[in-house]
Design a binder for this molecule. Structure first.
Ligand code: UPG
Length: 424
């Protein structure tokens, strides 16, 4: 929108087509590809995935993927040094802490860190003080963060990430002031590094551009019959046991609701135990779907999901209440925020069973009762009203003069001042 004159994206050849497609029509944006080195074993079969979008990637491999990405630093530094004119700012993902040294080596280029989590989770990760009216226990954290003295590769990664954020000029958050006001206030009391909420970024796009015809036809048919649809998707990285998948399948089937369920390819075994299983009421989709498009469809009245932060924002932006089934990363915190703070959703709870004492299963009865409560129950109705209000606020935030638009302007202005001061 004319705030920045030139942007260069650095990415790997694997992700470049996706970045280019997203930038179509975005004007002065260039893409530079940085291939992974081939002589360090990264490309052989035993190597970790090179992206968390990889079908093989699991949350436990995050630290491996990040460590592998450090091999890109020499190529990045060389390409960065060749940029003309010299860049005013480097924006990098929070999970690339090696970018700090690259920026220092390039003569101290100021950095902004783009961090994928909510302001709430970002605040909790660094906070000493609690947030008023909110009770959190270690049960809302996943290993190793629920330990009194965490250790291990994930802990080390989070410490490095935090250090690179603390030494940056600011942190870009996909959120908006009105959604997490309490957390932005709490953060500004705790840290001199500014948080810049410039989202929900999904609203920069028109939803439904890449909808599969088969999916939109099926959703249209439900709308025509006035049958609400529950959308079910647990993200690309969820690791669900067969037993748990079966409980979900039985619960959905017994709920009598119409549902669209996106499943990972690896969940399809040779028996194809999900395809054609639910008849006309349950559509199973295998692979990557246009999720934002699905959420924007008028037939969708609830989202049963793992509560990754991006989908939480997409669901809120489209006014769809959430049934939370948090699994990995900071998803339990997101679920807490969605259910108890924003009050735009409900949550399923695992039941301890003798055969699964460690994690407990979310049982079919729980699934059946809670999906119906979300769509038809009193609590679901309240969540639906509240999420519709937040959907309006989210769109206002992204409009010209809205809070996220204004924050973006302020951020660019501050960085320009900083570079001007440095060059004087
Ligand atoms: O078939 C699919 C699957 C995903 N998506 C999109 O991909 C993104 C997925 O992001 P998110 O909802 O945050 O889920 P994860 O990929 O699981 O996110 C990881 O990263 C998030 C922060 O960036 C954390 O909040 C999560 O806990 C962590 O699992 C969203 O925009 C989805 O709409 C699709 O469009 N189609």
């Amino acid at each position: 929108r004319g705030l920045v004159s030139k942007v260069t994206f650095f990415t790997t050849p694997r992700d470049a087509p996706f970045i280019r497609a997203s930038l179509a029509g975005a004007g002065a944006a260039a893409v530079v590809e940085l291939p992974f080195p081939t002589d360090d074993g990264l490309n052989d079969g035993a190597a970790p995935p090179q992206s968390m979008d990889d079908e093989l990637a699991s949350p436990s491999q995050l630290a491996d993927v990040v460590a592998a990405s450090a091999a890109l630093r020499p190529a990045f530094a060389a390409a960065f040094a060749r940029l003309e004119p010299r860049p005013d700012v480097l924006v990098h993902d929070g999970f690339l802490p090696w970018a700090e040294r690259a920026a220092a080596d390039a003569g101290g280029v100021p950095r902004l860190v783009s961090y994928g989590m909510s302001a709430f989770a970002t605040y909790v990760a660094g906070a000493v003080d609690g947030l008023a009216g909110l009770r959190l226990t270690r049960a809302y954290l996943n290993p190793p963060f629920d330990e009194p003295e965490p250790t291990g590769p994930l802990w080390d990664l989070v410490c490095k990430t935090k250090a690179s954020m603390d030494s940056s000029e600011g942190i870009i958050v996909n959120s908006f002031v009105e959604l997490e006001a309490l957390c932005f206030d709490g953060w500004s009391r705790m840290s001199p590094v500014k948080l810049w909420p410039v989202g929900p970024l999904c609203l920069a796009f028109e939803p439904g551009r890449n909808m599969d015809r088969d999916v939109s036809d099926w959703l249209d048919s439900r709308l025509a019959m006035n049958r609400p649809v529950l959308y079910v998707a647990f993200g690309s990285q969820a690791e669900l046991s067969w037993t748990q998948l079966e409980e979900i399948a039985l619960g959905l089937d017994q709920s009598g609701l119409d549902f669209l369920w996106v499943v990972r390819s690896k969940w399809f075994d040779s028996d194809n135990r999900f395809e054609n299983r639910f008849g006309d009421k349950g559509k199973v989709y295998q692979g990557f779907i246009d999720q934002f498009g699905v959420l924007s469809h008028k037939s969708i009245e609830g989202f049963f999901s793992h509560c990754g932060w991006n989908l939480v924002l997409e669901s809120i932006s489209m006014g769809v209440p959430i049934l939370a089934f948090p699994m990995a990363a900071e998803q339990k915190l997101n679920a807490k925020f969605v259910v108890d703070v924003l009050r735009v959703g409900l949550r399923v709870w695992p039941k301890k069973r003798e055969d699964d004492m460690e994690n407990g299963l979310v049982a079919r009865e729980e699934v059946q009762v809670m999906v119906r409560e979300l769509i038809f129950g009193e609590e679901g109705k309240r969540a639906s009203t509240r999420v519709s209000e937040l959907a309006v606020l989210s769109k206002k935030a992204m409009e010209i003069g809205g809070s996220s638009y204004t924050k973006l302007e302020e951020m660019v202005h501050e960085i320009s001042e900083l570079t001007r001061d440095k060059s004087m």
